[in-house]
Design a protein around this ligand. Structure first.
Ligand SMILES: [Zn+2]
Length: 428
């Protein structure tokens, strides 16, 4: 049964999906990295005015911000984030969304000439979508489900609230951001655009019911090793080979804590590159762990290894540049279980079975949480993100709209009657 306006959802999704808003890491010094993102964000800032929001585009951070004023007192402000950029993909634009009404689980020819089929044998999730309005690309481009579906679902929720003033809610802030796919958008977000917001949610990938508040803690390191070059014939006791030291360092890293041997809740240290000569060597590393103490221990291990090699070969030969990339959203919600439980309660009220996932990566929410606004991830519906098999159904986006309205409603109710005090469950 439709919760929000299906035509509206479909029209908005298709309209925004057609806009080529790929972010481009090569342009990382531009804010945002591509001009079409600005066009879409300004369009969105304009559109939400129709649903009683005040809005503007922040030139400095490249976020479009909207504010829906509270219609009841005593409810803390909350926020929602969707991103307008899509993943970098080969430039075979335009995007041509295809609508398959009353989908019956059949194999779809997206681009028959090139043998691109959307086949439930390969993607069995499609069989759960029978009877729904399925939207795909024409098999030549991404569709942009990630995250135009989040954008469309959020717009539908705002329109719903506009048409149902009986739903009580506090201040709601929305942000349409750029450059999420290349990890830059969330870093630039300015919390001053979300005054008083106590917590927020991103509306990014996942099936209806998926929920993520656990991501990696992440840092990256560059290690440079300096050798001493002497002619091999006269090298005795003088030559110091940077390659040999590098090999010693690599061999001392924990060989079982690597991405290819870790899964679920396990972290790792990954060597991303290594180059060497006698004269100098360079090692690039990334460090990932869900658990904060384990994460610090991994960082420490790298520092200690370098220090012990420094004792052996002289500390001046080593330069370690270790930098934090992002931190687990969990660090920001562990003492505020309400943020998680409110969402899970709302899922259940919207008829969804909550499916809490750990995410072996990072999101905009990592940066926003670190800035003081705990921001777990809901979902945007859809599947097969980042490729020509991306899809979404109108019904999935409608579920997102329903969840958003329910969160606003439930938050208002619980703020007045007493917020849920259950602790955070451990899901792993
Ligand atoms: Zn995304």
């Amino acid at each position: 049964m439709a919760f929000s306006d299906f035509d509206f959802l479909e029209k908005n999704f298709i309209h925004y999906a057609k806009e080529d808003t790929q972010s481009k890491y090569a342009n990382k010094d531009q804010v945002p990295t591509t001009p079409n993102q600005v066009k879409m964000m300004k369009e969105l800032a304009d559109q939400v005015k129709d649903y009683d929001l005040e809005s503007y585009y922040n030139e400095k951070t490249a976020f479009a911000i909207g504010h829906l004023a509270a219609n009841t007192a005593g409810v803390a402000p909350i926020g929602f984030f969707a991103h307008v950029d899509t993943v970098e993909f080969d430039d075979r634009f335009p995007i041509r969304p295809q609508v398959h009404r009353d989908y019956q689980g059949q194999k779809l020819a997206l681009d028959e000439a090139n043998g691109i089929f959307l086949d439930p044998e390969e993607f069995p999730d499609l069989l759960t979508l029978k009877g729904q309005t399925l939207i795909t690309s024409d098999g030549k481009t991404v569709l942009g489900t990630d995250d135009k579906a989040g954008v469309a679902g959020l717009l539908a929720a705002l329109k719903y609230l506009h048409e149902h003033p009986e739903v009580e809610h506090g201040d709601i802030y929305v942000a349409f951001g750029p450059d999420e796919e290349i990890g830059l958008g969330g870093q630039r977000f300015d919390p001053a655009d979300f005054p008083g917001v106590e917590f927020a949610y991103t509306l990014d990938n996942g099936r209806p019911g998926d929920f993520e508040y656990e991501t990696f803690n992440a840092s990256a390191a560059d290690l440079t090793i300096k050798g001493t070059v002497v002619h091999p014939g006269e090298a005795y006791g003088l030559l110091v080979n940077a390659t040999t030291i590098m090999t010693e360092f690599l061999a001392a890293l924990p060989q079982d804590q690597v991405p290819e041997k870790s899964r679920g809740h396990e972290g790792f240290i990954m060597v991303t590159d290594a180059q060497s000569s006698v004269d100098s060597a360079h090692v690039g590393l990334i460090i990932r762990d869900f658990d904060w103490d384990e994460f610090l221990a991994k960082e420490d291990l790298v520092k200690k290894l370098v220090a012990s090699l420094g004792e052996k070969y002289g500390p001046d030969r080593f330069q370690l540049d270790l930098r934090r990339q992002y931190e687990n959203i969990y660090n920001g919600v562990k003492d505020r279980p309400y943020v998680v439980n409110l969402a899970l309660d709302s899922y259940e009220k919207a008829g969804l079975a909550p499916n809490v996932q750990t995410f072996r990566g990072g999101t905009d929410g990592n940066f926003i949480t670190k800035k003081g606004i705990p921001t777990p991830n809901l979902f945007n519906g859809g599947g097969n993100y980042h490729g020509r098999y991306e899809y979404v159904t109108v019904e999935q986006m409608d579920k997102l709209a329903e969840v958003l309205v329910t969160i606003a409603d439930e938050h208002a109710r619980q703020s007045k009657e007493g917020q849920d005090k259950r602790p955070l469950e451990k899901y792993w």
